[in-house]
Design a protein around this ligand. Sequence first.
Ligand code: HEM
Ligand SMILES: [Ca+2]
Ligand SMILES: [Mn+2]
Length: 338
Amino acid sequence: GLIKRVACDDGVHSVTNAACCALFPIIDDIQENLFDGGECGEEVHESLRLTFHDAIGFSKTAGGGGADGSIITFDDVETAFHANGGIDEIVNVQKPFIARHNITAGDFIQLAGAVGVSNCLGAPRLPFFLGRPTATAASPPGLVPEPFDSVDTILARFDDAGFSPVEVVWLLISHTIAAADLVDPTIPGTPFDSTPGVFDTQFFVETQLKGTLFPGTGSNEGEVQSPLAGEIRLQSDHLLARDPRTACEWQSFANNQARLQNRFIAAMQKLSVLGHDQSTLTDCSDVIPIPKPLTTQVAHFPAGLSVQDVEQACTTAAFPTLSSDPGPATSVPPVPPS
Ligand code: HEM
Ligand SMILES: [Ca+2]
Ligand SMILES: [Mn+2]
């Protein structure tokens, strides 16, 4: 049936819940002044990472308010956690936006993440719920996973936050639009796949390839060899791609854009309301811009590489058949700093 929509006072938008109208000026500000006019660049990547580092501060045993904005409200405490290295930058960039709008830090962080992702070609339209109260305490330490953690440690941490091993893989779809600044600090902006500005499946193709090189100074804590010059691989991504508990789910995304989108929606929905009773929040998903689809690009092996370079880990399904890019092996350029 038809969903009843309400016209906003701005004379432009209409929404299902009138309370969501107030978000449009905030989204305009975010797009113009946080994401440089709607790009899928460094601030989008950092803003998506921030949604996770705020929300994962949630534990069945240790406490923590989840997606409550505590990483901004109590930034003196949380940005000092080792696993939050570099997060102070996006915290400081987002703070003035929160100050000039009537929105809590918890809501703003998840709103900016969902709007940011919508700027990336091939991304799903993420849900957004409104109404997180201001955080009352900082997250306890030790809840944010590190790239040098074992798979056992990572899966146990996520289990404690309510996520199954398969859902961990879904959350890591985020690393298709990601780069590292501090894993090897000599090469900031080094991406995890060859297309950090595109929400595609290349991350799942490229993390399954045999690692052959370090893009910078060599082995750093949490880093293993990658298959491409200019690309960095986290030890955690490498191990999750090869562990019997997660390898088949990992491979399932290597050439399935629809599944990639659909599972990321489910995972981010859950992450973004962690610590809240969803029935106390207002569904404002219809304020999130509709992303542009990927039209031409399909999953492929980077030039010079092929199925011969795949380290097959899933034992119940074959790696998808993909073509290799023509030409000599190329280098992945860094994500430009903002
Ligand atoms: C096992 C879990 C995870 C580990 C160990 C991990 C680790 C990391 C590390 C080490 C970086 C690079 C930081 C830097 O040096 O600048 C990074 C970047 C990133 N992570 Fe994760 N991550 C995990 C899960 C997630 C999740 C669940 C999300 C979001 C839902 C996420 C989103 C991102 C994004 C978007 C970036 C790129 C930031 C940028 O380009 O500036 N990560 N992650
Ligand atoms: Ca990508
Ligand atoms: Mn960065």
